[in-house]
Ligand binder design. Structure first.
Ligand SMILES: C[S@@+](CC[C@H](N)C(=O)[O-])C[C@H]1O[C@@H](n2cnc3c(N)ncnc32)[C@H](O)[C@@H]1O
Length: 363
């Protein structure tokens, strides 16, 4: 997916619009919010943006986003704009959310850009874009894709291999040794990637295929234990129509960003592997899922696209037990995190408030 940066935006609240903070002021302000436990990605803020993105919107409309200090930012919708250079034409598509992780926000990167008013904005609006050859009209950078029949075939083969693998057998035993299988009501996965890339993109496509095979086996296991339906949904903007069709056949629903984040609750199992967005930071702000399976949370991991913020580290150490996810080449260094005290959660509703969590700083 190619994204057109951001487009014009403005702060519509004085006096913030007139006087952005210095980098030192911004950093100390963000630290103060961190210690107060203020979430960077509150569910209602994500929902408010989603509601506007879902409404019929046209070029020239504005999408309003509340920053952490309460000021409102207005982002102009540029859908339909065309930018032409000597060789190519860029066509601006629909708007979507860009999530800024705690580390980037704290670095005050927006202060040194042309958008200092966005200094306290962990979610900003950007646009998708497609580029075509100005002379021929043909798309630039076309990526070869597997046919749908090929995806079915490869996916089925991988699913059989995965079901028989020691990795899955060990993960299944680990999950069955916890209360997770009786608590989890739905599975939400992020960034499992498209299965449409052909084999010559090293690793990528098979990662995606095995990560989705894992989801199918997880859903079957949980359904068997619950003796009922367990919903399974996935969010990744890279899915093609062929991915959607195959996944639907296996009972997996594809959600648009940010619907996956809004679906996560305290009785969810969340899976995420090498996302290009700060999934960990968003998920811990939105809910405390019963189980999360994602890359190991550790002190040094404060770079990359899904870094462990102080809040992520604190939530995971205070609320979760870390269980082994055996090494498997199609996954990163994964860990199965199971929320402590799950037996007390049985019979509870799915609300986040139902969980008595210690105070943890945000971000
Ligand atoms: C580095 S790839 C990882 C793919 C696969 N999980 C793997 O291990 O090879 C990062 C993935 O994050 C996805 N991604 C980007 N933005 C996302 C969003 N807002 N929600 C979910 N996934 C997203 C990308 O489309 C891409 O498939």
């Amino acid at each position: 997916m190619q994204y057109f940066k951001i487009g014009p935006s403005r702060c519509i609240d004085e006096p913030r619009a007139a006087a952005p903070p210095t980098p030192a002021q911004a950093q100390s302000q963000i630290d103060e919010w961190l210690h107060m436990g203020k979430p960077l990605f509150p569910r209602d803020a994500i929902q408010a943006i989603h509601d506007q993105l879902r409404d019929p919107i046209a070029r020239g409309d504005e999408i309003l986003v509340k920053a952490l200090d309460g000021a409102t930012m207005a982002f102009e919708v540029r859908t339909g704009d065309i930018k032409e250079s000597e060789q190519q034409r860029e066509t601006i598509g629909k708007p979507s959310i860009r999530y800024i992780c705690y580390e980037s926000l704290r670095s005050g990167q927006e202060l040194s850009s042309r958008r200092p008013h966005l200094v306290y904005c962990p979610m900003i609006i950007r646009h998708e874009a497609t580029t075509s050859n100005l002379m021929t009209g043909g798309a630039l950078q076309t990526i070869p894709r597997r046919s749908i029949d090929d995806i079915y075939y490869v996916f089925n083969t991988a699913l059989h291999l995965w079901e028989e693998s020691d990795t899955w057998i060990q993960i299944k035993a680990t999950l069955l040794s916890t209360q997770a299988t009786t608590i989890v009501k739905k599975i939400i996965a992020f960034a499992c990637g498209t299965m449409s890339h052909p084999d010559d993109i090293p690793g990528a496509s098979y990662n995606s295929i095995f990560q989705h095979a894992f989801l199918v086996t997880l859903q079957r296991l949980l359904q068997q234990e619950a003796n009922g339906q367990i919903a399974c949904a996935v969010q990744d903007p890279a899915y093609t129509d062929a991915d959607r069709a195959v996944l639907e056949t296996y009972g997996i629903r594809v959600l648009d960003d940010p619907e996956g984040f809004l679906e996560v609750d305290d009785r969810s199992l969340v899976l995420s592997c090498s996302p290009n967005v700060p999934v960990k930071q968003i998920v811990v702000d939105v809910a405390k899922p019963a189980v999360v399976i994602w890359e190991r949370v550790e002190n040094g991991n404060c770079r990359g696209t899904d870094p462990d913020s102080p809040r992520v580290r604190q939530v995971m150490t205070q609320l979760y037990d870390a269980l082994e996810f055996p090494y498997e080449e199609h996954f990163g260094d994964m860990v199965i995190y199971v929320r402590r005290g799950l037996e007390d959660a049985r019979g509870m509703g799915a609300s986040t408030e139902a969980i008595n969590e210690p105070h943890v700083p945000n971000a």
